[in-house]
Design a protein around this ligand. Sequence first.
Ligand SMILES: [Zn+2]
Length: 403
Amino acid sequence: MATERLYYSDSYLTDFSARVLKCEPADGAWRVLLDASAFYPTSGGQPYDTGFLGAARVEDVTVNSAGEVWHTVDQPLPEGSEVRGRIDWERRFDHMQQHAGEHMIAGAIHRLLNGHTIGLHLGHDASSIDVDLPGGATRVDEESLLLIEDAVNRDIQRNLPIRCWFPDEAELSRLPLRKPPTVREHIRIVMIGDEECVACGGTHPARTGEIGLVKILDARPSKGKMRVTFVCGQRAVLDYRMRFEAAREAARLLSTEVESLGAAVSHQLEKTKEAERALGALRREQILEKAREAIRSPECLPNGLKAVACVFEGADAFALRDAANEITSAGLIALLSAGTQKGSLLLFAVPPSVPVSAGRLLSETCRVLGGKGGGRPDFAQGAAPGGEALKLALENLAREAAE
Ligand SMILES: [Zn+2]
């Protein structure tokens, strides 16, 4: 027997009595069927209500094709008994605000953009609808979104009546439905003011004023449609508060007003980029200076090879390359490293006139130390753990040259 849906006629009903028709165990919980229920079962994109049946906590509510509303509860209820149902009003009212706000956004999109809304997803934080736009468009400009948002909020402020009822076929045929109903019989209509009219089995407030506020957060292409994400009611208030506080804090940190935040951040980013450029140039100059100093006193190996072995703390691969160029231009072998958190970054370079392979020298050093790297005869780079790489490379260089 189909459950009598008490919320159809009164979405404000939070306390009711009903008879327990069935109670079945299900996955460590129980499923309860009542003769009548004010609990909304997940459907049409709107999530289920929570609350209590007697002392049993309602954890899920579903509806089957026979119109039976099943309540998942955490303890069994005696079949045949009368039970008192209580609905978590805060959750229900939040869903009513999101749901009615959705109707108004979909209605405004239809009137202003001739777009057709496909489905509602009432999410934990925000809700979304997918919109079919004329010509297969998947986005609209910012101005159109603001027009929709303004139209909706104006209608909220007009405090229009929201009426839900089951019309007979004759009346149904005369109604200005926004889209054809998805069900054939027991068609329930929700009408907001005299503009928005659609078939819907959900819960809505009695007047648009109770929605309070609607804010569109995002509209972007998704699977060939435009997905519009929004918040309504208290969620919109909390969203405003969150953004207000974030903007106020950012403005405080930049010693400016919220209105000037964009310009202040842009100015700050420009200053940071400039400082980074100056710092980069300074670092490079320091590294080159250190390389020039090292060139003045190279390691002279017994076999006549001359090399500069030098550690540049904090240098990156580009800076090491600059230093290596400076050293090889002076006719010297460059054995360079820079400390990183994982170990040493290594760069070996050999001038063209010297018959030594930088690649072979580096891979030999890395092999002994357990690192990785290699390269061409004139240039090679890699990484190895520990700080012994240059000492070992110098020893290898002396041996290699002597062969
Ligand atoms: Zn609805």
